[in-house]
Design a protein around this ligand. Structure first.
Ligand code: NDP
Length: 285
């Protein structure tokens, strides 16, 4: 019998990387599906990013994730970009295709794929809280999935206006920016409210975005990008008002699932990844 001792390699480049739980869920999926694959969580400083990418190429890695602070800087070291990565202007997943390393963005796709089972996005009215990296990815991917209109709320008007402009210029959807300088009353016709700010992230677990919670109604879907804790103050308040809710774990799990699919062509079990993440982060769901 001829044995094969050569594993397929994948991983992540970020700084800081010690608190990034992705390795726990990705390796759980590899084990569950009997794949001889590894996912190596690497601490990479900005000045070393080019060498890290060259190293991955030299070793023939199947691909890797990029997290803060490399999502934009990695682009100049790659051979091409997928559609959403090009529009968003950021890459979080690099995929080896032949001898090319191409950048994709699964932040928004992970979110949209978690949402699609609960809401048909075509023609929908969206209120999006935030205009940072996550909000940008979510807005572009919602627009590509066919939503009609996105109202962008952000504290910093420059970032908010830029995101609304990006949606208007690069997608079929329409977008407006609303300065977020007072409690926001969610319009009655809103189909989907998304929190893509960092409000509510551990350890500030009691924090809730400044919206009039009584303007939420049971016809709305309320989604939070915050993965830790999954049951944010916003999710709990929305649930109490009868809304359909979606936590940030689904987005995180789907990103890993989509990345593994890009790298290996294999569709892995999302529940295995979700369970591994809950265990690794000791989450109370
Ligand atoms: P950024 O730093 O790029 O953006 C942060 C956003 O939050 C900005 O819009 C910022 O507004 C807003 N914000 C922060 N604090 C406040 C506040 N007190 N009041 C109003 N607005 C505020 O971060 P990211 O976009 O990369 O990440 C945002 C969140 O999304 C993170 O908490 C992260 O955990 C989560 N995330 C989840 C993922 C998942 O898979 N579930 C994937 C990626 C991110 P301003 O522009 O005015 O500063």
């Amino acid at each position: 019998m001829s044995a094969n001792f050569l594993s397929e390699l994948t991983g992540s480049f970020s700084q800081p990387s010690a608190e990034n739980p992705t390795v726990a869920m990705v390796e759980a999926a590899y084990r569950h599906h009997g794949l001889d694959w590894r996912y190596i969580n690497c601490e990479v400083a900005p000045a070393d990013l080019e060498d890290a990418v060259r190293g991955a190429r030299a070793m023939g890695w199947a691909g890797f994730n990029c997290s803060i602070p490399h999502k934009v800087a990695v682009i100049e070291h790659l051979d091409g970009l997928g559609e959403s990565a090009r529009i968003i202007g950021a890459v979080n997943t690099v995929v080896r295709r032949g001898d090319r390393y191409e950048g994709e963005n699964t932040d928004g796709r992970g979110f949209v794929e978690a949402l699609q089972p609960v809401l048909d996005l075509r023609g929908k009215q969206v209120v999006l809280l935030g205009a940072g990296g996550a909000a940008r990815a979510v807005a572009v991917e919602l627009a590509l999935a066919g939503v009609a209109h996105v109202t962008v709320l952000n504290r910093d008007p420059g970032r908010g206006e830029e995101l609304a402009q990006l949606v208007n210029d690069k997608t079929q959807a329409r977008a407006d920016f609303v300065p977020w300088d007072r409690t926001f009353v969610v319009p009655a016709g809103t189909d989907l409210l998304v929190n893509a700010t960092s409000i509510g992230l551990y350890p500030d677990v009691g924090a809730c975005p400044d919206i009039d919670l009584d303007s939420l109604n049971a016809a709305m879907v309320v989604a939070d990008a915050i993965p830790n804790p999954p049951r944010t103050a916003l999710i709990r308040a929305a649930e109490a008002r009868g809304c359909t809710v979606l936590d940030g774990l689904g987005m995180l799990v789907n990103q890993g699932r989509i990345a593994i699919h890009y790298w290996s062509g294999i569709e892995v079990d999302a529940q295995v990844m979700r369970d591994a993440l809950i265990q690794a982060l000791e989450l109370d769901c």
